[in-house]
Design a binder for this molecule. Structure first.
Ligand code: FMN
Length: 260
């Protein structure tokens, strides 16, 4: 197998790190690879904040749904969907005057621009994940950074057209992490369709979740009041307090982003 595929296939999220700092040269290679990620229109609609202040890491460990390993990660990068840089440059380069001359209103970043910037930031983040793996570094996404927008905005001095879309923790994996099994994935036929979308029916769901249900519910009839994987994911993820906070927080950024 070629080494790139090998790297992709052996990767798993790493949430426990050796107490070993990341060599500046390795960090440099990681960053160089990250910044080569594809980007919409070659605009680089993202920014990265490296979080080195231990007090800020400690804060993130709490504000991102209480995940203490964030505070122990030797390297933490915050990926921001960023239209502020281009919007500021539009102003600096006289776009207001251009619009006045043409007698048209100047457009501000809107919802579509936010989504595109999120795509850019996430693609850069995933490029970092694979590059890190190839350098012997483990990584883990933290999606909970989308929660508590107001706190994170203040903590990192974020302007209006910047949204924290994900956090990445990096570090050398502990032996236990290196040796642990990879997570499984759903089979291709449930995820990849030809030509058109295929909605799954109850029989297909039965087959799709058979293994997961057997693993989780074989010994116990109920887990957290749930009796199958659907109920469990609903309770533990979809309707959990963190998901509801994420929705509130994303609504707040959308309101800030789109207000006149
Ligand atoms: C957008 C996104 C957000 C995630 N957020 C978290 C998180 O907040 N905490 C965490 O421990 N893992 C998080 N993960 C990691 C997933 O739990 C992990 O990728 C998944 O369980 C599959 O395991 P694997 O990465 O080891 O293959 C996140 C992954 C993604 C892609």
């Amino acid at each position: 197998m070629n080494p790139v595929l090998e790297t992709i296939l052996k990767r798993k999220s790493v949430r426990a790190y050796e107490k070993k700092p990341i060599d500046p040269e390795v960090r440099g290679e990681l960053l160089g690879a990250t910044l080569r990620a594809p980007t919409a229109g070659n605009l680089m609609l993202y920014s990265i904040i490296e979080v080195n202040d231990q007090r800020k890491k400690d804060r993130l460990a709490k504000t991102c749904d209480n995940q203490p390993f964030i505070a122990r990660a030797p390297l933490v990068w915050l990926f921001l969907a960023d239209y502020q840089r281009w919007f500021d440059y539009f102003i600096a380069s006289g776009v207001e005057q251009l619009c006045e001359r043409q007698k048209v209103p100047m457009r501000k970043p809107e919802e579509g621009d936010l989504f595109l910037a999120c795509c850019d930031a996430l693609i850069a983040a995933q490029t970092a994940v694979i590059a890190a793996e190839s350098l012997g570094l483990g990584s883990c996404y933290i999606g909970d950074i989308m929660e508590n927008y107001e706190i994170h905005r203040q903590l990192f001095d974020l302007p209006r057209y910047v949204f924290p879309i994900c956090l990445l923790c990096f570090g050398y994996p502990t032996r236990q992490q290196r040796e642990r099994e990879r997570t499984t994935r759903f089979r291709e036929k449930y995820i990849v369709f030809e030509g058109q979308y295929h909605r799954l029916d109850r029989v297909e769901f039965e087959a799709m979740f058979e293994e997961m249900n057997a693993r989780t519910f074989n010994l116990r009839e109920e887990v957290a009041g749930a009796r199958n994987a659907g109920q469990l994911v609903y309770v533990r993820k979809f309707n959990a307090a963190f998901s509801r906070e994420m929705t509130r927080s994303v609504r707040a950024i959308l309101a800030a982003w789109t207000q006149d």
